[in-house]
Design a protein around this ligand. Structure first.
Ligand code: SAM
Length: 270
């Protein structure tokens, strides 16, 4: 039965504030699963399963899917759309409130697949980058301009603190562009799937120091890196310049020109 009919029969009301734009196109669902690179031996954590269309497409291709959904009113819908699957479990919880350490004590290694509203995507990415130990990869649908930002190169206007933070643990690439016409209801923006491969980032000894350096560098984009370091670390100009010189960084450089590798070197010196 068509997903729209099931939603109507269950009396489901879309909640705009939860970013409920669902995917119903079977070819698109199959291509998202393929692009995320998951296979028959993998465990997948899906975040924001909505009406369960992506959940089903995943469950048909992987070993196990654990799907988190914050909206409990989707339960009757999911009972119908996921009927007959014995490898898909839905957990009605806000994933941002899930204790990842506790979750990982019981889980094996896993991949995350998600199609979420932007305001959830950034905290989700940061949660995985900062705390996940068993996450091997993340494929997330985001609005296209956010995708460009996540995958931006140093020195471009799209490059920001989130780009540098992601690079700490993962490499990311846009693997699929998705026009707004393929969502129900239709949103106002086009989207793209970004794939993060964990374990291939720059890697540092002290993640907190790296985060502090990145946030300091981007604290004011109009200021030079020297000025931002002086403000954030309470350093005299001469000391801030000495540190940059030691790191081989131009004294006139702005934060957004630093590559993740340079942030790693700088954070260790700081
Ligand atoms: N994955 C489905 C699809 O592709 O059709 C639904 C996508 S819809 C864009 C996002 C879903 O995430 C909604 O069903 C929403 O209720 C859910 N959601 C939003 N915030 C969430 C959170 N913090 N934790 C879990 N689910 C969330």
């Amino acid at each position: 039965m068509e997903i729209k009919t099931i939603l109507a029969e269950c009396g489901f009301g879309f909640k705009k504030q939860l970013g409920q734009n669902f995917i119903t196109d079977k070819n698109l669902l199959a291509s998202i699963v393929t692009a995320s690179g998951v296979g028959e031996n993998d465990e997948v954590v899906e975040i924001g399963c909505g009406a369960g269309t992506l959940t089903r497409a995943l469950a048909e291709r992987v070993k196990k899917v654990t799907a988190f959904e914050v909206d409990k009113t989707l339960q009757p819908v999911l009972e119908r759309t996921l009927a007959g699957l014995d490898n898909a479990e839905v957990v009605f919880r806000d994933f941002l409130k899930v204790d990842l350490k506790e979750f990982e004590e019981k889980s094996g290694e896993y991949f995350v697949v998600a199609n979420l509203p932007y305001y959830v995507t950034t905290p989700l990415i940061m949660k995985l980058i900062e705390d996940a130990e068993k996450c091997k990869g993340l494929s997330v649908m985001v609005q296209e301009e956010v995708a460009e930002r996540l995958c931006a190169k140093a020195g471009t206007p799209e490059y920001g603190a989130i780009t540098a933070m992601v690079a700490l643990r993962a490499e990311c690439a846009i693997v699929k562009r998705v026009p707004r016409t393929l969502f129900y209801p239709r949103p106002n923006v086009d989207s793209a799937v970004v794939k993060f491969t964990f374990g291939s980032g720059v890697g540092v000894k002290d993640k907190a120091a790296y985060k502090k350096a990145v946030h300091a560098a981007f604290s004011s984009r109009r200021k030079t890196l020297v000025n931002n370091l002086m403000n954030s670390y309470g350093l005299p100009r001469a000391r801030a310049e000495e540190i940059l010189t030691d790191c081989g960084i131009d004294l006139k450089a702005r934060g957004e020109t630093l590559t993740p590798k340079q942030f790693a070197i700088l954070s260790e010196k700081l």
